[in-house]
Write a protein that binds this ligand. Structure first.
Ligand code: NDP
Length: 419
C-alpha cells in the first residue's frame, strides 16, 4: 500500500506513471498533479482498466507553496515524485517538509531566469568558490539535507538515468569491480532519429540551457570550465555505431566527486548531430535561448519559453523516433593491486519503448529509474534520510529493479577508452 503524487504530466512523468501502474501491488494509489489537468485526465483514462492502481488527478501550480501544501495535506502522499520542471524543486521540497513526505526528482534545481539579480549574486559566489559555471548544481538542494534528516525524510535527488542510474553504476563498480576508482567517463548517446531538422528529446528549455552552458570536468582536485561544445571526440557505441561526443557539465559529476573523493578525473560526454548544433547555435546567436522576459506588443514573453512553445513537444516524438540510446560509465581503476577497466551501460530502443508505454527512449530511460527510486523508498530498501543522490545508496536492489523493469545493464571489460 502506498500513496504517491506525481507532479508533471509530460514525457518523463508519463513513463514513470505507466511503470508505477505496472507495479500496482506497490503503487496502489497515485495522483497525477500538473499544470494542464486535461493531460492528467487523458493519461488516467488511457491507464484505467489496465491497472489496479487507484488513479486520481489534480490541477496544480507547482510554484505555489500554499497550493502544494493544500494538495499534499488532502492526499497524504508517502512520496512526491517531482517530474515537472527543475525550477520548482525547492518549493516542492519545502512543501514535502511541511507535510512530512519523501521527495524525488530527476534534475538539479535551476532558476527560471538566470539574469535574476538575487540568484545571480549567489551564483557568482558559487562560481568563485567551486570553479564551474553551470547554472544547475546541487548546492541549493544539499542545503536541505539536515532539514530532511531531522524529519526522518528522504529527498532523493536526480533519480533519472543521468543523473541517476549513472551514479548507481559508480556505486556498483566500486562495490563489485574496484578497490579504487581513478577515472570515470560518463557517455550519453542518443542514436535516435525523429526526422525533424531540430527537436529536443526532453523538455526544450532544460535541454537547450544544459547544452549551451559552459562545459566542465574535474581533474586532480580541481574543476575546469571549457567553452560550450569546445571538446569533441568520436565513440563507437554498442547498438548505435560511431557518434560525435561533446564534453558537457553534468550535475552527477559534482556529487560523484563529493562521494568518491579518491576519483582523479571525471568527465561527461553527450552525442549531438551536426544539425542539432547548427540550429542551437543559430537560435542562441539571435537571442532565442534567453531566459530574460522581454516586452512584445504589450505582453511579456521569455524567448526560450516561446521557442519551447513552437518546437515539437518531446512527448510527441515517440511514434516517429527510431534507433537506440546507449548510456553508461567507463571506469579505470585498481582491483587486487592490478589496473583494470570496466564499462557498464544500457541500450534502449526508441520503438520498443513506444510500443510499451507510448514514449520515446529518452523519456523511458528517465521515467523507469524514477519509478525504481520510488520503489526503493516505498519498499524500505533505501532508508538513509536527508537530501542525497543515488550513489549514496546500495546499488544492488536498484540495478536489479532496472534489469527487471526495462533497463537491463550490459558490461564489458577492456572497453575502448575515450582519449
Ligand atoms: P516536459 O516538458 O515533457 O514535462 C514537464 C511537465 O511539467 C509538463 O506536464 C508541464 O505541464 C509540467 N509543469 C511545468 N510547469 C509546471 C508548474 N508550474 N506546475 C505544475 N506543472 C508544471 O518535460 P520532460 O518530461 O521531458 O522532463 C521532465 C523533467 O525530467 C525535467 O526536469 C528534465 O530536466 C528531467 N530529465 C531528466 C533526465 C535524467 O536522465 N535525469 C533526462 C530527461 C529529462 P504542461 O503540460 O502544462 O506544460
Amino acid at each position: 500500500m502506498s500513496r504517491v503524487i506525481v507532479i508533471g504530466c509530460g514525457g518523463v512523468a508519463s513513463v514513470a506513471i505507466h511503470k508505477c501502474c505496472q507495479l500496482d501491488d506497490v503503487f496502489t494509489d497515485l495522483c497525477i498533479a500538473s499544470r494542464t489537468i486535461s493531460k492528467c485526465n487523458k493519461l488516467k483514462e488511457e491507464l484505467q482498466g489496465k491497472t489496479k492502481t487507484n488513479i486520481t488527478t489534480a490541477k496544480i501550480d507547482a510554484n505555489s507553496f500554499d497550493d502544494l501544501c493544500k494538495l499534499f495535506k488532502e492526499y497524504k502522499p508517502d512520496i512526491v515524485m517531482n517530474l515537472g520542471m527543475p525550477y520548482q524543486n525547492l518549493v516542492i521540497m519545502d512543501a514535502c517538509l511541511e507535510c512530512n513526505c519523501h521527495y524525488l526528482d530527476t534534475a538539479a534545481y535551476e532558476p527560471e531566469n538566470v539574469d535574476d539579480p538575487v540568484w545571480r549574486k549567489q551564483y557568482e559566489k558559487r562560481v568563485k568558490e567551486k570553479g564551474f559555471t553551470a547554472y544547475f548544481d546541487y548546492s541549493y538542494q544539499w542545503d536541505y539535507h539536515e532539514k530532511f534528516e531531522k524529519k526522518g525524510l528522504i529527498a532523493l535527488l536526480g533519480c533519472g538515468f543521468d543523473p541517476g542510474v549513472t551514479q548507481a553504476y559508480v556505486a556498483y563498480a566500486k562495490k563489485h569491480e574496484f578497490d579504487r576508482i581513478d577515472e570515470i567517463d560518463i557517455l550519453d548517446c542518443n542514436g535516435g532519429d525523429h526526422g525533424y531538422p531540430f527537436a529536443t528529446n526532453f523538455n526544450p528549455e532544460i535541454n537547450l540551457r544544459e547544452v549551451s552552458s559552459e562545459g566542465a570536468y574535474y581533474e586532480n582536485g580541481k574543476w575546469y570550465s571549457i567553452p560550450a561544445l569546445s571538446v569533441k571526440d568520436t565513440y563507437d557505441f554498442d547498438g548505435v555505431g560511431k557518434k560525435d561526443i561533446y564534453l558537457l557539465h553534468h550535475e552527477e559529476t559534482e556529487s560523484i566527486v563529493k562521494n568518491f573523493p579518491e576519483i582523479k578525473r571525471i568527465r561527461f560526454y553527450m552525442t549531438f548531430g551536426e544539425s542539432y548544433i547548427r540550429h542551437m547555435k543559430c537560435l542562441e546567436n539571435v537571442g532565442m535561448l534567453s531566459t530574460t522576459p522581454i516586452e512584445y506588443e504589450g505582453i511579456m514573453i521569455t524567448p526560450i519559453q516561446f521557442l519551447k512553445a513552437i518546437l515539437p513537444d518531446p512527448a510527441s516524438l515517440g511514434p516517429r523516433t527510431v534507433g537506440k540510446t546507449n548510456i553508461g560509465c567507463i571506469f579505470k581503476g585498481v582491483k587486487d593491486g592490478k589496473e583494470k577497466t570496466y564499462y557498464i551501460y544500457n541500450v534502449c530502443d526508441h520503438q520498443e519503448s513506444y510500443k510499451e508505454v507510448k514514449s520515446q527512449a529518452i523519456s523511458y530511460t528517465t521515467g523507469v529509474p524514477a519509478m525504481c527510486g520510488a520503489l526503493m523508498i516505498l519498499k524500505g530498501l533505501w532508508t538513509k534520510t536527508g537530501a542525497r543522490t543515488v550513489e549514496e545508496y546500495n546499488p544492488d536492489p536498484f540495478i536489479e529493479a532496472l534489469d527487471k523493469y526495462g533497463l537491463p545493464k550490459r558490461e564489458t571489460y577492456n572497453p575502448v577508452l575515450v582519449k
